[in-house]
Each structure stands twice: as structure tokens, then as C-alpha cells.
Design a protein around this ligand. Structure first.
Ligand SMILES: *[C@@H]1O[C@H](CO)[C@@H](O)[C@H](O)[C@H]1NC(C)=O
Ligand SMILES: *[C@@H]1O[C@H](CO)[C@@H](O)[C@H](O)[C@H]1NC(C)=O
Ligand SMILES: *[C@@H]1O[C@H](CO)[C@@H](O)[C@H](O)[C@H]1NC(C)=O
Ligand SMILES: *[C@@H]1O[C@H](CO)[C@@H](O)[C@H](O)[C@H]1NC(C)=O
Length: 241
């Protein structure tokens, strides 16, 4: 799924796919030419260890038409270990990569998709760090905030005209199992829960970040067990049964 690009303070509108919940994020202040890095923290401690949900934040770049995503997906346990799947994708044509976790194409369109599965602990909050490494090359890194251990999710290079990250975009909770399955009953949605924490940035001139405007989307509004609760530095979102 993908939301169309939005300006700061404007709600996201999902264009396709099964986004159940959307949010906006931003920084109160940011340099006018954009951000060199953003950290998006997520906690999925209460998410069942099954595939199907994607918890993601989107971000756009100056002079680039299509947005990018990063986020987490629960996975089934393997040999008694908890598995955390992290993704980092660009939907812009002309994006290149030679990172082993990445391949060309994103959701059947142009771009580059990168992903990694790690043995993790769902009780730990994970940061997805998006940072410029050189020129128009950007790296996504998964960081366990309890152990500080990190794993690179992937790295890609945008077309040369690309600028820095634009302040303000959206995020979503998607049940991708329903993609391509337009007929579904809302009460068959399995339970999941994730906390989307406010983004941070080390970029000079970037202030505190915020998450706001959590809204339900799709054809199961009011029927998906949705709730969003403000917590310290973010929102805890629940859907399903
Ligand atoms: C943006 O994404 C759409 C949908 O995948 C694609 O058709 C279009 O070519 C992309 N634009 C660029 C500049 O890559
Ligand atoms: C996660 O936290 C729960 C509740 O505090 C606890 O019961 C469980 O053992 C923890 N799991 C891990 C893998 O640390
Ligand atoms: C950084 O990017 C420039 C082109 O934008 C390239 O010439 C240079 O080799 C790159 N440096 C490194 C360390 O990759
Ligand atoms: C942490 O370290 C282990 C072993 O070095 C590695 O397998 C794991 O994927 C790392 N990453 C994270 C984010 O925990």
C-alpha cells in the first residue's frame, strides 16, 4: 500500500491497500533544505508473533516524486526465537542499490526494497534510523534501544537531483494479508498493537518531533477494534480481535 505524498499538517489519504490506521509526524522546526537523518521508534511488545501487519512511517525527499517507507512487521517465532522483520524502501524510479538486503522494485512499481529479519526481543523498543551516508545515498538501520545493538536494513541511492528529507509525512498500520483479497469481514481482523513514538533527528536545526492525527482508514472504520491512546512521546494503536 502507499499513501499519496502530503504536506505537513495535512492528513494522509491511502490510495490503495489495506491501511487500517494512519498518522502524521513532523518536527516543530527543521532546516528549510530538509533533514539529514530521522529516527522512527516503534514498540511491538504486545503484537502477536504472526505475519500480516506492517507498522510503517513514510518520508519524502526534496525533488523526488515518490515517498519512502521504513517500519516493522511481526513474524512467527523460529526455533524458539522471536523474529523481528524490518523494512526500508524507496518507491522512486532510478533508485539504485548494491546492498545484499535490497532488490530492485517496490510493491510491483519502481524503487528499491530492503528488509532484514533479526532474532529480537519484542519487549524492546526498536529504532529505525534513516540517515544520509554520502551524496544521495541513504541507509536504514534497525537499532535495539535496550542493547544498542544495530543491524543495517539496507542502503540505496536516489537519483542525483534528490534533496534531503522533507519535514512531515505520515505513517500507517496495514493488514497486508487483505491486499488482493478485497472481500473480507472486519471481525476477522486479528488483534495487534504497536506504539509509534515521536521521531527524533540529530540534524542541526531540527527540534522535537511529534506524532499526531491518528485516524482510522478503509472499509472497516468503527468495526476493526481500533483504539489509539496517547502515551508518553507517542501513540499506542490497537486493532483487531
Ligand atoms: C512513482 O510511483 C508510481 C507508482 O509505482 C510510478 O508509476 C511512477 O513512475 C513513480 N515515479 C517516479 C518518478 O519514479
Ligand atoms: C516480555 O515482557 C513480559 C511482560 O513483562 C514478560 O512476561 C516476558 O517474559 C518478556 N519477554 C522477554 C522475551 O523478555
Ligand atoms: C560520495 O559520493 C560521491 C558522488 O556523489 C562519490 O564521488 C564519492 O566517491 C562518494 N564517497 C564515498 C566514500 O562513497
Ligand atoms: C544484534 O547482534 C546479533 C549478533 O551479533 C545479530 O544477530 C542481531 O541481528 C543484531 N541486531 C539487532 C538489531 O539486535
Amino acid at each position: 500500500m502507499k499513501f499519496t505524498a502530503v504536506a505537513v499538517l495535512v492528513s494522509c489519504v491511502p490510495s490503495l491497500g489495506f491501511a487500517l490506521v494512519g498518522n502524521d509526524w513532523g518536527f516543530y522546526d527543521a532546516p528549510s533544505d530538509g533533514l539529514n537523518d530521522i529516527t522512527f521508534p516503534f514498540n511491538i511488545a504486545n503484537a502477536p508473533h504472526v505475519s500480516g501487519f506492517y507498522f510503517a512511517q513514510q518520508f519524502g525527499f526534496y525533488n523526488v516524486e515518490n515517498i519512502s517507507y521504513t517500519g516493522l512487521q511481526p513474524r512467527p517465532d523460529s526455533s524458539g526465537n522471536s523474529i523481528v522483520h524490518a523494512a526500508f524502501s524507496s518507491f522512486e524510479g532510478g533508485t539504485t542499490t548494491n546492498h545484499p538486503n535490497c532488490y530492485s522494485g517496490a510493491d510491483n512499481g519502481p524503487g528499491v526494497s530492503c528488509a532484514v529479519d533479526i532474532i529480537g526481543n519484542y519487549n524492546h523498543t526498536y529504532n529505525l534510523v534513516v540517515e544520509n551516508t554520502n551524496g544521495t545515498t541513504w541507509r536504514g538501520t534497525l537499532v535495539d534501544t535496550v542493547t544498542s545493538n544495530s543491524t543495517v536494513v539496507g542502503e540505496w541511492t536516489l537519483p542525483q537531483e534528490a534533496g534531503k528529507i522533507i519535514n512531515g509525512q505520515g505513517g500507517f498500520v496495514e493488514y497486508y494479508t487483505w491486499n488482493g483479497q478485497p472481500s473480507h469481514t472486519c471481525d476477522s481482523l486479528p488483534f495487534t498493537e504497536a506504539t509509534f513514538y515521536n521521531p527524533t533527528s540529530k540534524t542541526t536545526g531540527a527540534s522535537e518531533g511529534y506524532t499526531y492525527n491518528i485516524v482510522e482508514y478503509g472499509d472497516c472504520i468503527g468495526k476493526a477494534g481500533y483504539s489509539a491512546t496517547e502515551v508518553s512521546e507517542g501513540y499506542d494503536i490497537k486493532v483487531g480481535f
